[in-house]
Design a protein around this ligand. Structure first.
Ligand code: FAD
Length: 300
């Protein structure tokens, strides 16, 4: 399959890229790694008149780890992030999630920011962004604005990024100490999009009992679904969790549709099974994080 004819622009810098997007409006599309956009063009599901290639803009290649956040530019590939020991030590959930994303060849070109803007409801990184309360910075000729994860995803393959906007970076806040995370999913083949999956974060108190617990599900709705399951687990010891109430609470709030891959009922059941496993793993991990670092509560 070949895409329809399109104009190709390779701007030399960010300002020129933003100007081009303003001039092209609805006719233009950003090309990052091309791992989602090019297949869609080949299948004629996307027919932009012009592409603005940002893959060679060095200005978008930064990956910074500060005390409170991991920030990466729109040029950082999923594989670079997955294999960055500093970033993934600060936020282990990044690697836990990216281990499930596609294959090395695709991760070597596909960008983390591109995955967020693309907003596939079965993609892993959107759930991570929503769960960590991260945000994306969008730049246009009119200036910049920041969109938080809970507001970025509007529907399947639809994010709150306007045609004239370029997503320049994503910020993932670093969770406080005594937080553990896990990402569990089921895909028919390794590297395929998941039938369902879940990212969880569990926070423990000083006695290593559950203080907070949240989950972000993928593959069960038209965007990531974040559910607070803390009340169903509060006070339980980290290594003797009874997750039944949390699983029931989450299942009652999920209503996946039937499709050619699975029934909605199967997906809801699966989501609960994955949640139970992920909570147990995250709680174990939370107990082994450095307890000398204050929790968010202690720090304020
Ligand atoms: C076989 C296969 C399997 C895959 N499996 C998975 C999987 O299991 N999990 C998963 O999460 N993903 C999967 N992917 C998708 C892959 O992760 C993509 O790389 C990613 O979704 C998009 O990143 P990209 O840089 O390639 O974006 P592109 O394909 O270049 O762009 C995607 C969309 O985002 C827009 N865009 C990109 N960057 C910006 C920006 N900075 N500002 C504004 N708009 C932007 C583009 O205009 C386009 O609409 C798979 C892809 C393939 C081909």
């Amino acid at each position: 399959m070949k895409p329809p004819a399109f104009a190709y622009h390779a701007p030399p810098d960010l300002d020129t890229a933003v100007d081009l997007l303003a001039e092209l409006g609805e006719d233009g599309k950003v090309l990052a790694g091309g791992q989602s956009l090019v297949p869609m063009m080949n299948l004629r599901l996307a027919t932009p008149a012009a592409l603005v290639d940002i893959s060679r803009l060095g200005e978008l290649g930064d990956l910074e780890v500060a005390d409170d956040a991991v920030t990466l530019g729109a040029g950082v590939t999923s594989e670079r992030l997955r294999t960055d020991d500093t970033a993934t030590a600060a936020i282990p959930l990044l690697r836990q999630a990216l281990d499930h994303v596609a294959h090395p060849v695709i991760r070597n070109r596909g960008t983390a920011v591109g995955s967020l803007v693309h907003a596939d409801p079965a993609a892993e990184l959107p759930a991570v962004l929503a769960l960590l309360d991260g945000s994306v910075v969008l730049r246009s000729r009119d200036g910049t604005r920041r969109v938080v994860g809970s507001e970025l995803f509007l529907g399947p393959l639809e994010s709150d990024v306007r045609p004239e906007e370029l997503a320049t970076e994503v910020v993932f806040p670093i969770p406080p100490a005594r937080t553990g995370t896990a990402f569990h999913e089921l895909a028919r083949r390794h590297g395929d999009y998941a039938l369902a999956g879940v990212a969880v974060r569990v926070g423990l108190d000083a006695d290593l009992r559950i203080d907070t617990a949240r989950a972000a599900f993928i593959g069960v709705a038209d965007r990531p679904v974040v559910i607070d399951v803390g009340a169903a687990l509060a006070g339980q010891h980290h290594d003797a969790l009874d997750t039944a109430d949390a699983v029931g609470h989450a299942r009652a709030r999920l209503d996946p549709r039937d499709d050619i891959h699975a029934t909605g009922a199967y997906r809801r059941h699966l989501a609960g099974v994955l949640l139970g496993r992920a909570l147990e793993e995250a709680a174990r991990r939370a107990a082994t994080t450095d307890p000398t670092t204050p929790t968010a509560e202690e720090a304020t």
